[in-house]
Design a protein around this ligand. Structure first.
Ligand SMILES: [Zn+2]
Length: 351
């Protein structure tokens, strides 16, 4: 029986079934079992104070199970992940690491207080190899995630959204959550934090319309904020602005409130369902506002106030940003398999 002993301030982190991360000066080690390469790894790691070993699921720490701890341990049935020089790249990606990136891109403090954002389902220490983004977890989207073996879904709309006292198959949300949990798929949602973020949906829409001097409609005390508005370089007829929006979102139709000849000098943005932002757009003297969708009486109020509306649809106003987010995550974690849901569709269709 060999028992590697890590001395000094050794930090050990184990992040799931495939790997173990060792950091620190290794003074002495012996190893049990079929581990012929371990001593060589120790020499290198002692020099670099850094080593990562991939190992099988029967790796067991002795004396504790927390993810950061100091103790003597044994290693069984392990193998080296890589040469030590390549070690940094081979680190596992965990749910927590991706959540940290998402919180950096869309800080949860920007979320509306009624919202439910962050990691909503799952174990933050689990490894992620496959990640799917989507606007909403629907039965089709959940089935895709299960079929494709996704480990994490980054869904814009939270699930669960409201406080939930029981989780049964009697409700759609309950069925979906049970299905995802059975497949050990985690769910992260940014929602209004992502709407409002510096590179969030409303900012992207404002840039897509080529607005200048873009600022939040309702500033957050710590920067950024809800919605956006900005000025156009020169006045643009509403019909042309609608064309710009359709090209940016790659859609064929947009609902319009107002005259297509109405000259727009300043425009406001509120993705998804954001009727409540109309008043701020009026207060900022905007000539037009893009809302994902709007209630009938919001359309009448806009008409009465002389502000035009462009309504591309809730789905179109937000889904494009989840495709971009998949790209941003893949750029930061190049070894992950990341995609935007391919089965997701707008439930609304033109007849
Ligand atoms: Zn939405």
């Amino acid at each position: 029986m060999y028992c590697p002993t890590l001395k000094d301030r050794t930090e050990i982190r184990f992040d799931g079934r495939k790997g173990v991360f060792f950091r620190g000066q290794i003074e002495f080690a012996t190893v049990v079992g079929n581990c012929a390469t371990f001593p060589a790894a120790l020499v290198d790691s002692a020099a670099s104070r850094f080593a990562i070993l991939a190992c099988a699921s029967d790796w067991r720490p002795i004396g504790g199970g927390s993810s950061h701890c100091l103790f003597t341990f044994r290693v069984y049935n392990w193998r080296l992940a890589n040469k030590p020089s390549e070690i940094a790249d081979s680190a596992l990606t965990t749910v927590a690491q991706i959540a940290a990136l998402l919180e950096e891109l869309a800080p949860p403090r920007l979320a509306e207080e009624w919202d439910n954002v962050g990691l909503l389902v799952g174990d933050k220490n689990r490894e992620v190899e496959k990640l799917m983004t989507c606007l909403t977890v629907t039965p089709a989207v959940a089935a895709e995630a299960v079929e494709q073996g996704a480990d994490l879904i980054v869904a814009h709309h939270p699930i669960p959204f409201v406080a939930t006292k029981r989780l049964t198959s009697d409700t759609t949300v309950g069925r979906l959550l049970l299905e995802l949990m059975a497949a050990r798929i985690a769910v992260y949602s940014g929602h209004t934090a992502f709407d409002s973020a510096g590179e969030g949906i409303n900012q992207l829409l404002a840039e897509g319309l080529e607005l200048r001097e873009i600022v939040p409609l309702t500033p957050h005390p710590e920067g950024q904020g809800t919605g956006r508005w900005g000025r156009l370089d020169e006045p643009v007829p509403l019909g042309d602005l609608a064309g710009r929006l359709k090209r940016f979102l790659r859609i064929e139709r947009v609902q319009i409130v107002g005259r297509i000849g109405h000259l727009v000098r300043a425009a406001a943005i509120g993705c998804g369902a954001a009727d409540e932002l109309l008043a701020a757009a009026v207060a900022n003297d905007c000539d037009a506002m893009v809302l994902g969708e709007a209630r009938f009486h919001t359309c009448l109020e806009a008409e009465a106030r002389g502000i035009s509306l462009l309504l591309p649809g809730h789905f179109a106003s937000e889904r494009f940003a989840l495709e971009r987010l998949a790209g941003a995550i893949a750029a930061r974690f190049p070894k992950l398999n990341v995609w935007a849901s391919r089965s997701e569709r707008d439930p609304l269709q033109w007849g």
